[in-house]
Design a protein around this ligand. Structure first.
Ligand SMILES: NC(=O)c1ccc[n+]([C@@H]2O[C@H](COP(=O)([O-])OP(=O)(O)OC[C@H]3O[C@@H](n4cnc5c(N)ncnc54)[C@H](O)[C@@H]3O)[C@@H](O)[C@H]2O)c1
Length: 259
């Protein structure tokens, strides 16, 4: 909207704050997505192949937690940098059509549309489970799946079984809606506190700066982000070291250490 000149007022991109996406998206979505899949299906993750589409902050969390349960994690990405990070984090990385043939459980966390589409459904193995934890129920091409199914039935709450004409069955969780919110309880309060602190303190900042904030997208001020991290550590009873005056001087100078 800002690029198109359609944004008529200032907004703050809370999701870009470190104390938001590094924690809410990674640890919150990571834990609650696995929680939702497990509650809905009661499947054992250990030894199964878990495909994660999108290796952003949510995808990293889902991959990390699936790995921690003993799953064999495969990442599908479109961004070369993120794909490279996934490779070096120790995951297999491949195109989704190749991953489709291997997936026991496939989770989308991209924010994109039709990430699991007709080609993936063609290649998917019998009994595969598909779920979404991205922002909306468009990441899986559900209209296509419904169209090609010869029968659909609910086998457990929030688990739909699609029988395909070729004899395979595919299971869709929570109608492709956010599985962590539909089948579990979303993120624990102990990670949402930082997201809501970003919203509250950013709202206060906007009120204070109302006279000078131009229409457009503004970051959460760095001091608010750092203060939330400080408060969170304090609330957890964690203390850390502080720089000595000598260290501060050394880190901010170029003279010592370079000659
Ligand atoms: N379930 C929840 O509670 C929850 C919480 C926070 C965010 N979200 C949502 O999760 C989604 C991801 O959030 P994020 O913070 O990880 O975003 P992000 O931008 O950090 O990561 C998204 C990743 O998906 C990749 N991607 C895009 N299209 C793709 C495709 N077709 N195939 C494979 N990869 C593709 C991008 O390259 C990117 O690396 C967003 O839609 C966000 O709104 C959900």
């Amino acid at each position: 909207m800002a690029a198109d000149g359609a944004l008529r007022f200032p907004i703050i991109s809370v999701n870009d704050a470190n104390t938001k996406h590094l924690f809410d998206n990674r640890y919150g979505t990571g834990q609650s997505t696995l929680d939702g899949i497990i509650r809905a299906t009661n499947r054992l993750i250990a030894g199964r192949t878990i495909v994660v589409s999108g290796y952003g902050w949510c995808g990293r969390g889902v991959a990390m937690r699936a790995d921690g349960h003993g799953g064999n994690v495969i990442i599908c990405e479109v961004d070369p940098l993120r794909a490279l990070e996934a490779v070096m984090d120790g995951y297999r990385v491949m195109p989704s059509v190749d991953a489709a043939a291997l997936a026991d459980i496939w989770v989308t966390v991209t924010g994109d549309i039709n990430v699991i589409g007709p080609a993936a459904f063609d290649a998917m193995k019998d009994g595969a489970i598909v779920a979404n934890s991205g922002h909306f129920n468009v990441e899986i091409d559900i209209p296509h799946l419904r169209e090609r199914a010869v029968s659909v039935r609910e086998v457990r709450p929030l688990v739909e079984e699609f029988a395909l004409a070729d004899g395979r069955t595919i299971y869709l969780l929570a109608d492709g809606r956010l599985v962590n919110l539909s089948a579990a309880e979303g993120h624990p309060a102990s990670v949402m506190d930082m997201s809501f602190a970003n919203q509250a303190l950013s709202a206060e900042y906007m009120v204070q700066q109302a006279a000078c904030l131009e229409p457009g997208v503004h970051p959460v001020p760095a001091d608010i982000d750092a203060e939330i991290a400080r408060l969170k550590l304090a609330s957890m009873g964690v203390t850390i070291d502080t720089l000595t005056a000598e260290q501060e001087l050394y880190l901010s100078s170029w003279q010592s250490g370079t000659v």
